[in-house]
Write a protein that binds this ligand. Sequence first.
Ligand SMILES: Cc1ncc(COP(=O)(O)O)c(C=O)c1O
Length: 461
Amino acid sequence: MPLSNLAVRDIETVVHPYTNLAGLRDSGPLVIERGQGVILHDSDGKAYIDGMAGLWCVSLGYGNEELVEAAAAQMRKLSFGHLFTAKSHDPAIELAERLKEIAPVPISKVFFCSSGSEANDSQVKLVWYMNNALGRPNKKKIVGRLKGYHGVTVASASLTGLPNNHIDFDLPIRNILHTSCPHHYRFARDGESEEEFATRLAAELDELIVTEGPDTVAAFIAEPVMGAGGVIVPPRSYFPKIMAVCAKHDVYMIADEVICAFGRLGTMFGSQALDFKPHSISIAKALSSAYVPIAGVMVPEAMYQALLAESRKVGMFAHGFTYSGHPVAAAVALKTLEIYKRDRVIEAAAAKAPQFQARLAALGDHPLVGEARGLGLVGALELVADKRTKRSFEPAQGVAARCARFAEELGLIVRFVINDTLTLSPPLVITPQEIDELFERLGRALDRTLDWAKREQLLAA
Ligand SMILES: Cc1ncc(COP(=O)(O)O)c(C=O)c1O
């Protein structure tokens, strides 16, 4: 089909994040024009269920008038205000107060920024700064996990454990380590139970810290459920065991809750669902239902005291962004949190999770699906060439990408990550009927992919 005028103009002007730029020149982009609730419309008027809430973020769905009005009202009142050099404004103060109230662990202050990457980059700098303040300048290494995703700025991309984020970007930077991914289906040994697997990974982390030297390892960072690495839900005992290792070596624990916070797992924070208490927390995405960019680092008192001491010594806390605590973003975030509470959005998401997870699990029987996995309103299907041996397709075969394209033809937007995994993370406000429709379409997309894979002879004999 010839490309539309908009598509041609796009190709000539836009560098697309996370896109095969060569392939885009042939296929063109899918140009989305408007959205309402969980439905998006493209520039030809075709409707799609947004099975990904944008990028795991549009928790309240599109076109929420209350959020639009909160932004407009704040723009009329004070369209910009910053927090540098001891300036402040109402929305930032109120939002920080509100976040302290709902935090799952004692939080002293909130540092605002605009993206998950900035939040995690700030976490790295804050930990380094804190350990300098505490007189332990060698305790600087930060441990991430293979398949973890923490963003794309220099430090956050270094924490990310996905090869494409490092290859030819000259990353990771020094002092960043990676430990194993807690994905039982892929990485457990033959006959190893989830419990034994979790014990082994905790022992491996312990060994890594001991080998590196506990006085050199500052922090461990983890998403409660890994998102972009393929929606990996760890064994139930994984985090309690990992936390014990961190505590033993005085290693600071950072929860990257950029996807999981604000209801995605059926709890306000993902660490509550996975049963662990981090020291600090990165938040973004659903904080404002993605209507405007806003993110933050939730800082505990011990770290705040260290920042205070350093700023006394240096003269100021010299970190922050022009848009840290932007009043319009803060006002929209406040309204978002108000709606979560007033409409019991998180509780409703938890109530819909069994239906969502049951429909997802049922697709686990499909001949192309090696594993169906998820928690709350997030899930994934890992596609395999051979269910019995778990053999993956070759990346170049592009099977998950093909399935995502079939889904689009059928009016459903899903994402594929790390070559072979389809992810789902719909707006939390999705209705039970829409959940059924989403899975109907996904089932049909899988059937079309199976027919195609058979024709291409990509399956095990
Ligand atoms: C867990 C997690 N951390 C950090 C990020 C990076 O956020 P951003 O794209 O806003 O920089 C993401 C983005 O998807 C994420 O999923």
